[in-house]
Ligand binder design. Structure first.
Ligand code: BGC
Length: 495
């Protein structure tokens, strides 16, 4: 398998530091009373973030209830429960050359794959990844789609070697677009809203495939989108290509979301079921969930100052874009009220999103006695000299926020599995069922991953959890989208 990496080899899971948030006024002197200590702020934080079993149970049950309400009627719950129009998953027989585009967070990726059917499977794949210039996240729709089409055009020019298109065909694309889209068919869908810090004007309410087609036309690029998919759907399809037991896919990266295989007859709002298999994939958009979450004053303040207040609360509590920012807000309070870093408040700490989730993850990996790595990250990011005592408190804050996020994500997964099990009696818990996971947060944060798994096991008990396999499916969404382009190809195929 040949792989070409682009400018950024590793999928990062955090937004750039320039994310638009209303910044607080500069405070340089700490003004706290001496009666408040860092330890007491920590204690309250741990209490407010606690996720004992009853809280996890409530979240799992509420997730299942909200899923049902969202399937019953359009707008029936916070969860949009979006129909993906994917009712046939890859079988392994897919053949030919297909492209995939992946727009979902800080990075944009293009990929091509030559599929060789059951025998040869993936003959060759190449991809390139580029960071989305931050200004495009706040620019116009045209600018963003022109950028995407130009990267694709350059990439397509480099096609050669083992890749070849059957004569008389147009290159087909699986377009992974990882934002809430109301699909109108497998190859069209209207953007409901931007998430993850994107605020591009002129796309909401429009068909994103039409936007891409227009931009490709401007680039004189002759390609067609055969499948428009969410990244969760791409991940599920990509993982299913190798393993028939995959029933759920979850993304934990910059943002978060989950999709699963649903029975068409369990979707009352689906008026015109044309599915031949009787099953379809539903994109839950679980980032919007909020029922019964243990939230703190820091979460509320972050939400109020965000570009999408009162939206995406689950996402703001558990995903990579926000964990570092929540920690920063707690540390700022500790610096102001408890002089955690001496008598002045480090100016850098005042900057929203200056502390990123990879920073808090790196700090948690420090096992040295004096927490030297923690000290140097705090110095680089927040511009402070810290005592060992302060570093220990910082680690506890990171752990509290990562623990809450991981455990709540685990409860969300159990909610989906419970709903599926209830409807299909034994077909989920009574046999091996795989949950395919992807996203930088899940991939790179070992403590978060462990907390997630622990919550699933606590909720399901040891026996059932043996059947539930939570598995990393790295970058499956790219290949998954290409596979779905193959499955939905406009050309005749025998797979
Ligand atoms: C989007 C989802 C996406 C998820 C993970 C969320 O912000 O709303 O559509 O699947 O991020 O990328």
């Amino acid at each position: 398998m040949s792989v070409t990496a682009g400018t950024l080899a590793v999928r990062s899971f955090c937004i750039t530091r320039s994310a638009k948030m209303v910044s607080r006024p500069r405070v340089v002197m700490a003004v706290g009373s001496n009666t408040i200590s860092g330890a007491s702020i920590l204690k309250k934080l741990q209490k407010d973030c606690a996720t004992p079993l009853p809280v996890l149970r409530h979240v799992a049950d509420a997730m299942a209830d909200d899923m049902r309400a969202g399937l019953a009627v359009e707008g029936g719950s916070e969860l949009q429960m979006i129909l993906s129009y994917v009712d046939a998953l890859p079988t392994g027989n897919e053949k030919g050359l297909f492209y995939a585009l992946d727009l979902g967070g800080t990075n944009f990726r293009v990929l091509r794959v030559q599929l060789g059917g059951k025998e040869e499977r993936v003959i060759s794949t190449e991809f390139e990844q580029v960071s989305i210039p931050p200004e495009l996240m706040f620019g116009t729709s045209e600018e963003l789609f022109d950028f995407i089409a130009s990267v694709l055009a350059k990439f397509a020019l480099k096609e050669g070697g083992k890749f070849h298109l059957q004569q008389g065909r147009t290159r087909e694309i699986g377009f992974t677009f990882s934002f809430p889209v109301k699909q109108t068919s497998i190859d069209s869908g209207i953007l409901i809203k931007w998430t993850k810090g994107f605020a591009v004007s002129g796309t909401a309410g429009k068909d994103v495939v039409a936007c891409l087609n227009e931009a490709m036309k401007r680039q004189k690029l002759d390609m067609r989108v055969s499948a428009l998919v969410n990244d969760t759907v791409g991940t599920l399809a990509g993982a299913r290509y190798w393993d028939n037991d995959v029933m759920v896919a979850v993304i934990l990266g910059t943002g978060t979301n989950a999709c699963y295989v649903e029975r068409v007859d369990a979707i009352p709002k689906f008026q015109d079921p044309s599915s031949t298999s009787g099953r379809t994939i539903v994109n839950t958009e679980w980032g919007a969930f909020s029922n019964g979450l243990p939230l703190t004053e820091f979460d509320r303040e972050m939400d109020a100052e965000s570009i999408n207040p009162r939206e995406q609360i689950f996402e703001k509590t558990i995903s990579g874009m926000y964990l570092g920012e929540i920690v920063r807000r707690v540390l700022l309070r500790m610096a102001e009220a408890a002089h955690l870093f001496g008598h002045s408040v480090p100016e850098k700490l005042l900057m929203p999103f200056s502390l990123r989730t990879p920073d808090i993850c790196a700090m948690q990996q420090d096992t040295s006695k004096d927490l030297e790595e923690v000290g140097s990250i705090l110095y680089d990011v927040a511009g402070v000299n810290s005592s060992t005592n302060a570093r220990n408190i910082v680690i506890d804050v990171c752990d509290t926020i990562a623990k809450r996020g991981g455990r709540l994500a685990g409860a969300g997964i159990v909610g989906i599995l419970q709903k599926m099990e209830y409807d299909s009696k034994g077909l989920i818990f009574g046999k091996r069922t795989v949950v395919a996971m992807d996203g930088g947060l899940y991939e790179h944060y070992p403590q978060y991953r462990r907390y997630l798994q622990e919550a699933v096991t606590e909720l399901l008990g040891p026996e059932i959890s043996r059947n539930i396999v939570i598995e990393h499916s790295k970058d499956g969404s790219g290949i998954g989208a290409a596979l779905l382009a193959a499955t939905n190809s406009k050309y005749e195929h025998d797979f």
